[in-house]
Design a protein around this ligand. Structure first.
Ligand code: GLC
Length: 627
């Protein structure tokens, strides 16, 4: 039996506070806006409940001290009680989705798709707790994480934010993430995006999820149940639609299902101007979303207009005060449950966490996660593990690019190229160089020489993207299919490409491999990507092939396994396609992917097989289990 969110005494505190609040203060509490559009003084004068940083929105030089100064200012304004303003501490929200990833120098963990392959719930807890610590070191107390998306089509630009195509792993990870962030970490978590964000047709971001309620429940709702049991305090509505109805205006999904049937006691926040896509008229959009059950509104810029229109709706009786009171009550309950009213200003609280920001303990956890996330898809003649004394040519566009290995949501919203933005950590090349004295980096492969090199490690794959900008769209016709009124239903961003076939998407990668293999140098290929891709041509040219996903700042974890200090443990949490048109998911009737869900090779198996052919005097190399 789940404990009630608050004690009776705290429930009384909420009612007393609510009874003191006037309409402006209530509407202000329901408003969240972006730091670039609001001053600390306005947080007080408009009684705002929350401020956020959109992806990459950072103060000053984007150092922890800049964040602390900013959070102190907003907090102090929210707490400055006078005749006009009641002291209610703000929540400062960010997308800390693979570490405190907006901030320079933060530890960046593998994105969720890699954690799904690692399939280690305890690791998810440790990562979430470390992320919370690094957030609190900068004064931030709310993250829009974990995404409980079950990504069913690899063409979706947010596939890498999903742990798996199958709810089984997501169900197991959800409570670990919530406990790591909230219970152990001391920040507020947010399960997102409610509901069915990963199930849209063609994987179109913000598109339309077409399925029965029983399918929606089984595939996309099931991971939320353990999240609720773990006490997640907030839920974010999805931009997408369910059977053509926008989730942001879906009273059945948000109020009847989430709040009443499932008994969710926290509050529901809209996504970034997500209410705008419920209908053309803004006042109507506010009313639709409020009456559907949205409690806090993420309004990126026009928040003063939002407040004015909500005020008019309330005063005119177009929306009942009972719904406004219910929304504010939920917000206050969350703030009390999170202990915000007992907190001193962020910088005093941060002192306990300063040392941990980007420190070696956290980076060790990230490095362990990298190791465990790697999936070995091919290992011809057991070429791996490599001997670290070998003469190794390291090449490929992603060999020495910490930005690319971190992917989207890394210092900036869309992610970066190069190494400057990602302070600390190691690129794949830097990890190899640290253990292989005879390795050289040749970014364009021009140094390849069969006389000089025993083997090549070629790091290929995608460049960073986030959200719709990562979509693969085979044609614009699918935009029309997603909704008759494109302006009203989705905000399509330009796609990343039009095919999942890597040789077409990034032809430079196959060229880089062939530049080496045509000289007779065997190729160990490492794929940096936010999703499975069709890699038949690249696989054929490779002696070994490793899916590394988006490993984050600690690229050294790849060398740890390539040279055999640790064995591969990763298993696919997504089915791997063979043809451009494939879209297999675990449990499909006709299931013939290139590699099945759960596939992954390792050295132990190879060694066991090798063992059976070795003479008794020899023995298979010992591999320390990945710790
Ligand atoms: C974005 C994303 C959501 C994120 C929010 C705030 O559009 O859909 O996942 O939490 O805006 O950055």
């Amino acid at each position: 039996m789940k404990q009630p969110l608050l004690s009776k005494e705290d429930d009384m505190r909420v009612e007393q506070l609510l009874s003191r609040m006037n309409l402006e203060q209530k509407i202000g509490q329901m408003t969240q806006t972006e730091r670039m559009t609001v001053t600390p003084e306005e947080v007080k004068s408009f009684h705002l409940g929350s401020v956020l940083s959109g992806g990459g929105s950072a103060p000053g030089k984007n150092q922890p001290t800049d964040w602390l100064a900013m959070c102190d200012e907003y907090w102090a304004s929210s707490m400055e009680e006078d005749s006009e303003h009641i002291a209610i501490p703000i929540l400062y929200g960010v997308d800390a989705v693979h570490g405190h990833n907006n901030v320079r120098g933060a530890t960046l963990f593998p994105h969720n798709i890699g954690l799904g392959a690692a399939n280690d719930p305890e690791l998810v807890f440790k990562i979430s707790q470390a992320t919370a610590r690094e957030m609190l070191a900068t004064g931030v107390n709310w993250t829009f994480d974990p995404a409980l998306s079950v990504a069913r089509d690899d063409k979706w630009g947010r596939t890498y934010e999903s742990y798996s195509e199958d709810p089984e792993i997501v169900e197991r990870f959800a409570p670990e993430a919530i406990h790591g962030l909230q219970k152990a970490g001391g920040v507020v978590a947010c399960a997102k995006h409610w509901l069915g964000d990963g199930g849209t047709s063609h994987g179109l971001d913000q598109g339309n999820t077409v399925m029965s309620e029983s399918e929606l429940v089984a595939l996309h709702m099931s991971p939320y149940l353990p999240a609720f049991d773990a006490g997640v305090l907030t839920v974010m509505a999805s931009f997408s639609s369910w059977n053509d109805d926008k989730c942001h205006g879906h009273k059945y999904l948000i109020t009847d299902k989430l709040k009443h049937e499932l008994g969710f006691e926290g509050f529901v926040i809209s996504d970034w101007d997500g209410i705008d896509y419920t209908t053309e008229d803004y006042s109507d959009a506010i009313k639709i979303a409020l009456m559907a059950g949205i409690d806090m509104f993420m309004v990126s810029e026009k928040w003063k207009k939002f407040i004015a229109l909500m005020h008019d709706l309330a005063v005119s009786g177009a929306v009942p005060m009972s719904r406004i009171d219910d929304a504010v009550r939920r917000i206050l309950r969350v703030k009390i449950a999170a202990g915000l009213f007992e907190e001193t200003k962020p910088s005093t609280r941060a002192k306990a966490y300063q040392r941990s920001f980007g420190d070696s303990d956290h980076r060790d956890i990230a490095r362990e996660a990298v190791r465990k996330s790697l999936v070995l898809l091919k290992n011809e003649d057991a070429i791996l593990p490599l001997n670290n004394e070998s003469r190794i040519l390291v090449t490929g566009k992603n060999a020495h690019d910490r930005g690319h290995q971190c992917g989207g949501w890394s210092v900036s919203w869309q992610g970066e190229s190069g190494n400057d933005h990602i302070e600390g950590g190691s690129s794949v090349w830097e990890g190899i160089k640290a253990v292989a004295p005879n390795a050289i980096l040749s970014e364009d492969g021009s140094d390849a020489n069969s006389e000089l090199h025993d083997v090549a490690i070629i790091v290929i794959g995608e460049t960073p993207y986030a959200e719709g900008l990562g979509d693969i769209r085979e044609g614009d016709d699918i935009l029309v299919e997603a909704g008759s009124d494109i302006n009203g239903l989705i905000s399509p961003l330009d796609p990343y490409g039009s095919t999942l076939v890597l040789a077409d998407l990034h032809p430079e990668d196959l060229k880089a491999i062939r530049k080496v293999t045509q000289l007779g140098i065997p190729a160990v290929v490492v794929l940096i990507s936010g999703r499975p891709l069709v890699v038949e041509a690249e696989l054929d040219e490779s002696s070994a092939f490793v899916a590394a996903w988006l490993p984050g700042s600690e690229g050294q974890g790849i060398a740890d396994v390539i040279f055999g200090e640790y064995d591969f443990e990763g298993r696919l949490s997504f089915s791997w396609p063979k043809n451009a048109t494939d879209n297999f998911n675990r449990g499909d009737d006709d299931y013939t992917p290139r590699f099945k869900y759960g596939f992954g090779l390792n050295y132990r198996d190879d060694a066991d097989q090798a063992q059976s052919h070795l003479t008794s005097t020899e023995h298979a190399p010992e591999y320390r289990n990945a710790g």
